[in-house]
Design a protein around this ligand. Structure first.
Ligand code: NDP
Length: 446
């Protein structure tokens, strides 16, 4: 049995009820054989065995009172996975599906994604099974205050700096930060994704979506092609999906879909800037459902309980959630002529579906690389907070573009060096792994 197989077996045995975490570890380990053969010191130092155990898992009760005066109890989590490269950094997710498995997979991935950004950040993830959907602002505030009352013991601007993720946007970050500031009597850069009025960075809300589009443009550019004129299928209609659409439109591409957990809309005429403004107002302010799009734009169609992958396109941006592209979806995408896929979401494509896409020659940018623009810009927000100044939108955007270019180069180079030219999955995993593993060797057995 190889070293990676032995570690994977141990991970499965130790975490039998954590399928998403085991999937993320398997996807990662599957890429590492060539580097482990070349660098036996990693095995001797039990680097993989250490990497698959989080440094710390915090799980706690979050009690709050709803608008009817009923007591409510949720679970809160923070998984502090690896801080060898810097303070823990990673988002908070509020969604009913949140559990230890999902957050461990996200914290594990975050470690190697953060390594790729070249900024000094460790990996973490956290959140709660709280569902903000259908809750009043007052309920969301009371929940956030209760969660932060415990979470504040475990975070700090030099220790762990949370940000947003699914269900955690500007409103939630505001309530969380406000409670931290009150309890600690300290105004610090303890969270990113803040409003620009009080310490947030310009372009942070845009960064994950913009970065995914930049990464797709880099992959295409490497092959002498561009995004211009390409039909794009986008899933989700939240933060990442919206700004993916915005940048795609700016680069002359044509987004035609959005989705949410109830279904997707298809607008064959293309989602224009005006239609995108409507979606932003619908999802961010009215907190409505994507199906309302077709009432406003009758040229579009709504497809309940379906994902958008059967819509013909040349570029696809999964930007909703994990495992949303399965083998049958990948086969449809290939049959319809998809050329490039950049994962805005984390692990949205199953490993078997990735195989289908790569075997068909589709340029495939994995989330670890393609959606790293979000956390990279969080890193830029931390720098601005430390220096107590704000960069212009153009400056942040050009740094983001530069970082995405560097990530593309680093992943391409690592893939080539180990005999997998053009395989961005292997490239991202190896480049992230080597950086973290070498730092772990340097810092000894801790
Ligand atoms: P949002 O909460 O803003 O939007 C999430 C979108 O995905 C919504 O349209 C939501 O629909 C949909 N969605 C969520 N869960 C499911 C599900 N189980 N099935 C189908 N649709 C679902 O989150 P973000 O846009 O911030 O995050 C989207 C993805 O991007 C996640 O995988 C996240 O981890 C990843 N990501 C986000 C970053 C960021 O900076 N925000 C950084 C890097 C990665 P509905 O409205 O019905 O819930």
């Amino acid at each position: 049995m190889s070293y990676t197989e032995a570690v994977l077996e141990q991970v499965r045995k130790a975490n039998p009820e954590q399928p998403e975490f085991c999937q993320a570890v398997q996807e990662f380990l599957d890429s590492l054989a060539p580097v482990l053969d070349r660098r036996p010191e990693y095995r001797k130092a039990k680097i993989l065995e250490r990497m698959v155990e989080p440094e710390r898992v915090v799980m706690f009760r979050v009690p709050w009172i709803d608008d009817l005066g009923e007591y409510q109890i949720n679970r809160g989590f923070r998984i502090q996975f690896n801080s060898v490269l810097g303070p823990y950094k990673g988002g908070l997710r509020f969604h009913p599906t949140v559990n230890l498995s999902i957050l461990k997979f996200l914290g594990f991935e975050q470690t190697y994604k953060n390594a790729l950004t070249t900024l000094s950040m460790g990996g973490a993830k956290g959140g709660s099974d709280f569902d903000p959907k259908g809750k009043s602002d007052a309920e969301v505030m009371k929940f956030c205050q209760s969660l932060m009352t415990e979470l504040r013991r475990h975070i700090g601007q030099d220790t762990d700096i949370p940000a947003g993720d699914i269900g955690v946007g500007l409103r939630e970050i505001g309530y969380l930060f406000g409670q931290y500031r009150r309890l600690e009597n300290e105004f610090s850069g303890v969270m990113t994704g803040k409003s620009v009025n009080w310490g947030g960075s310009l372009i942070r809300p845009e960064a994950t979506g913009y970065g995914a589009v930049y990464f797709a443009a880099e992959m295409l550019g490497h092959h002498g092609r561009t995004l211009e004129g390409k039909t794009c299928v986008i899933s989700g209609s939240g933060n990442v999906a919206q700004f993916t659409a915005k940048k795609a439109i700016e680069l002359g591409a044509k987004p035609v879909t959005f989705s949410d957990s109830n279904g997707y809309i298809h607008d064959p005429e293309g989602i224009t800037s005006e239609k995108l403004r409507y979606v932003m107002e619908l999802k961010n302010i009215r907190r409505g459902r994507i199906e309302e799009f077709v009432e406003r734009y009758p040229g579009a169609t709504y497809h309940p309980d379906e994902r958008p992958w059967s819509v013909p396109c040349q570029a696809a941006f999964p930007s909703a959630t994990e495992n949303e592209i399965q083998v049958a979806d990948a086969e449809r995408l290939v049959a319809n002529g998809v050329e490039v896929i950049a994962e805005g979401a984390n692990m949205p494509t199953t490993p078997e579906a990735v195989d289908v896409l790569q075997s068909a020659g589709v340029l495939f940018g994995p989330g670890k690389a393609a959606n790293a623009g979000g956390v990279a810009t969080s890193g830029l927000e931390m720098s601005q907070n430390s220096m107590r100044l704000s960069w212009t939108a153009d400056e942040v955007d050009s740094r983001l573009r530069q970082i995405m270019r560097q990530i593309h180069e680093a992943t391409s180079r690592a893939a080539e060096e180990y005999g997998f030219a053009g395989n961005y999955v292997v490239g991202a995993n190896i480049a992230g792994f080597v950086k973290v593993a070498d730092a772990m060797l340097d810092q000894g057995l801790v």
